[in-house]
Design a protein around this ligand. Sequence first.
Ligand code: MF3
Ligand code: CO
Ligand code: CO
Length: 253
Amino acid sequence: MNSIKKYNESDFVKLRKAGKLAAIALDNIKDKILPGITTRKIDEIIKKFLRDHNAYPAPLYYRGYPKSICTSINHVVCHGIPSDKELKNGDILNIDVTAYLDGFHGDCSKMFCVGDISVKAKNLINVTKECLNRSIKILKPGIHFGNIGHVIQSFAEEKGFSVVREFCGHGVGENFHEEPNVLHYGNKNEGPILEEGMVFTIEPMINEGKFETKVLKDGWTAVTKDKSLSAQFEHTVGITNNGYEIFTLNKIK
Ligand code: MF3
Ligand code: CO
Ligand code: CO
């Protein structure tokens, strides 16, 4: 027995709405990611957007977190706190948005490039995105959570990168973080079995160098120990009777 919650079709309707709103918030910020903008400003814009759409930014005051989004620049792996630091040409950053709307969460993140970035950075970003996409494509009832980690780890390591171990994806829905932990490394046919109605995030953090991380004195900001670049993409997905649905998409309809 496991205690992974299963959501029904009326929950899926609300998960779709929360997910779409988070995705739109991320899409809308794209044109503002230019040298000179502060991460504080990005935080304010996204907070306002969510509040204007009757949603709450789930990170705000979550376990004492002080801001509405996470902004993780260059060697920051995750949970970077928005501040007065200005973005500069060549930076890469992850923006992570979680919308809480009508009782349900939509959690997603993606990478943004500031001006012209290095070929190395671009490659890391492309590989990380591909890790997430490849792991989503295999989702259906009956496979094991370990298969997700296996797909991500194999592809990342084949490209010469490493997979962060200390942070993982998670069940999500009525709560921001629920069971299970979704590991981004591992073996096929290990871990719990996916079932229709399960809802979780996949959010691989891939490092250019070694996988080890450390948390800075602020208690949140996680960085690579070797100061190498790190990239991350995240979607919230739901398991359907024969496959999956990505909730955190900005669909036209
Ligand atoms: N959105 C992050 C995730 O993907 C969690 C951020 S928790 C915070 O799980 F408190 F740092 F915001
Ligand atoms: Co998440
Ligand atoms: Co997130």
